[in-house]
Design a protein around this ligand. Structure first.
Ligand code: 1VU
Length: 629
């Protein structure tokens, strides 16, 4: 194999061959003869005649190859004081047992299972058990509130929901069962059963629709892997769009397994028997891909960490984990490193830990600011690799391909497009812009294996959200530029999606919640730069006429109610802490709220106000509130 340029050229000159070769790393029940079905653009399908089982490839294949005793998953939980190693054999057996339990509850191929779990190994077991049966899992991040879970239950229509009695957030025990019960109460769809993992920190009371995880596994006969079509869905993962209704990103089976396996060797440089530590959450795509599926498909060891970078109990936990398990590559979000930098600016907590096996730090999920990049590089003395991808793509789009060759690093850039990705920057008319010029970042179709084939039950929204802005291109929703050397710089979203501590959130969704308050006439939520979380939301509300805003204590009471409403309905991760009561919102003559102009003022980067503004005086009046003067 040559360097990056050679590998990239091979992926362009003979795409079929390139991806069929990559697919050959997997066990296929029926090997694919074709790579790409492009007969119905933009609905592309990978390995259309192939059949496989992803769980078999992640577990049984390695046991059969003689690596049953090797560590597959290491669970490390400083918040519960628990550590546990799952060998490939143990993990396969536990997955087979839980798959049997799901089957006994009526889950079959193609059925959906919603998984609402904290960071425990059983979350990965549940995902892999679904894959074993050919069922489609939909993991919902534990930090989302009941209403968000209900929306996802209604869209995915699961046969079963798998949950736990509680999660642990620092020193707080968060009971999940009341949230699940509330969500099921709100949803129109009724799952037949809930399987509940009882954790010692809080026991859940089980009702007539609830089944205990341990007893259902004990009673089940193990299930074997069921071959499915490569194009069959492995999972649906909801992600925030510009409205309150999340988008159900569909992930196929064979294309995803192929892309992940390729990325482990060529991007993350982790092979069989080596260890990847991804500090994220199974509720996000980073967790799906690089805590669960990719390391296991590669026969590597994955660390599943239940804790935070700081405070559980200290800023040394990442280094402890890296040294204890001989981690080769570590992957987390920049916000985690900003938290470390704030807590331990001198990196004193690294002392005493043997980090000699740690070769790379990978960061993604939000923009990596050059300051954090420099701090991490100097602290660790290893390549710090910023890379860029999305829930929709499933694996990196732009990265420094450490497993092929390390390209020169440029702070602020995630480096170059990976094989399979034709990344371009277009102006509003769909024309490529010159190097150094900002525009919409798009991927020329077809995208490589692993990228979303559509949205769950919503081909129309797939087309309107991603495929209609520029025909023949996938609209990433991110803006930025390419430099003269072909390095990409991602500057931020071009829509109303914000990124708070690596959590992708919809300002539209928060606006819907604020607008539901009886005193609110209209509102806007904008994302504003934040030193720790990257961005935080700020809300601005206009009251209905007749509301006595001058009444004593009214404003602070309303603000507290609105903050709590978003916390209750979206979740604590929304981190909306700041709501201002204002007299009017700036709008265009056609009535569109000028959120970008508001954000510019709040961030102190004054730019010309659009000439379409209806009344510039409204924006002027808002300035003190935006600048918090
Ligand atoms: C490339 C494709 C992608 O982008 S996939 C997405 C990748 N993103 C990530 O991996 C997320 C990275 N971020 C993190 O892991 C966390 O933000 C880190 C850095 C660990 C900091 O955590 P924390 O201190 O809790 O701050 P936060 O902003 O995440 O949380 C805000 C409030 O929400 C809460 N929360 C968080 N997670 C949960 C959960 N699972 N269950 C219940 N609550 C949760 C936090 O406790 C916090 O609450 P509070 O406001 O302090 O009361």
């Amino acid at each position: 194999m040559g360097g990056y340029e050679d590998v990239f050229s091979a992926s362009v000159s003979d795409r079929e061959r390139f991806w069929l070769d990559a697919a050959a790393a997997l066990d296929w029940h029926k090997a694919p003869a074709r790579a790409l079905d492009d007969s119905r653009p933009p609905f592309y399908r990978w390995f259309p005649d192939g059949e496989l089982n992803v769980c078999h490839n992640a577990l049984d294949r390695h046991v059969e190859a003689g690596r049953g005793d090797q560590a597959a998953l290491v669970y490390d939980s400083p918040v519960t004081g628990t550590k546990s190693v799952y060998s490939y054999r143990r993990l396969r057996d536990e997955v087979a047992a839980f798959a049997g339990a799901l089957r006994a509850l009526g889950v079959g191929t193609g059925d959906r299972v919603v998984i609402y779990m904290p960071m425990v190994p059983e979350a990965a077991v549940a995902m892999l058990a679904c894959a074993r049966l050919g069922a489609v899992h939909s993991v919902v991040f534990g930090g989302f509130a009941a209403r968000e879970l209900a929306v996802r239950i209604d869209d995915a229509e699961p046969v079963v929901v798998v949950s736990a009695s509680c999660g642990i957030e620092g020193s707080r025990v968060i009971e999940y069962k009341p949230l699940l019960d509330a969500a099921v109460g709100m949803a129109s769809h009724n799952p037949a059963k809930n399987v509940i993992l009882q954790r010692p920190q809080a026991q859940a009371e089980l009702g007539e629709h609830d089944v205990d995880w341990a007893s259902s596994c004990a009673a089940a006969s193990p299930a074997d892997p069921v071959p499915v079509k490569s194009t069959d869905p492995l999972y649906v993962l909801y992600t925030s769009g510009t409205t309150g209704k999340p988008k159900g990103v569909v992930r196929d089976s064979g294309g995803y397994a192929t892309a992940l396996t390729w990325s482990m060797a060529n991007v993350y440089d982790v092979g069989p028997g080596q260890t990847l530590f991804t500090a994220s959450d199974v509720g996000w795509v980073v967790g799906h891909s690089y805590i669960v599926y990719a390391p296991l498909l590669a026969g590597a060891t994955s660390v599943l960490y239940e804790g935070k970078p700081v405070g559980t109990p200290d800023a040394g936990q990442f280094w402890r984990v890296a040294s204890e398990y001989g981690v080769r590559s570590m992957f987390t979000a920049p916000t985690a490193f900003r938290a470390l930098k704030k807590e331990d600016p001198e990196g004193a907590f690294t002392r005493g830990y043997d980090l000699s096996k740690l070769k790379y730090l990978f960061l993604a999920g939000e923009r990596l600011d050059p300051e954090t990049y420099r701090w991490a590089s100097e602290l660790l003395g290893i390549p710090v690799i910023d890379h860029w991808w999305q829930t929709e793509t499933g694996w990196p789009i732009v990265a420094n391909p450490a497993g092929i060759e390390l390209l020169p690093l440029k702070p602020g850039s995630p480096t170059k497009p990976l094989p399979g990705w034709d990344i371009q920057v277009l102006d509003g008319d769909g024309k490529p812009v010159p190097p150094g010029t900002n525009g919409a970042i798009v991927a020329k179709l077809p995208m490589p294996p692993g990228a979303l084939p559509t949205l769950w039950n919503d081909d129309e929204r797939f087309l309107s959200s991603y495929m209609s802005a520029f025909e023949g291109y996938y609209l990433t929703g991110d803006g930025g530029y390419l430099d003269e050397d072909g390095y990409l710089y991602v500057m931020g979203r071009t829509d109303d999606v914000i990124n708070v501590a690596g959590h992708r959130l919809s300002t539209g969704g928060m606006e819907e919640v604020l607008a539901s308050h009886p005193d609110v006439a209209e509102c806007a939520v904008i994302g504003v730069a934040d030193q720790l979380k990257g961005q935080v939301p700020r809300g601005f509300v206009v009251l209905k006429s007749g509301v006595d805003a001058a009444a004593e204590g009214y404003t602070s009471r309303l603000q507290a109610e609105l903050v709590q409403l978003v916390r209750d309905q979206v979740g604590a991760v929304a981190s909306l802490k700041d709501v201002a009561v204002v007299t009017a919102l700036p709008k265009t003559r056609s009535g569109k709220i000028l959120r970008k102009a508001m954000r510019n003022i709040a961030e102190g980067t004054e730019e010309p106000v659009p000439s379409t503004i209806e009344d510039p005086a409204v924006l002027d009046a808002l300035r003190p509130a935006l600048r918090k003067e």
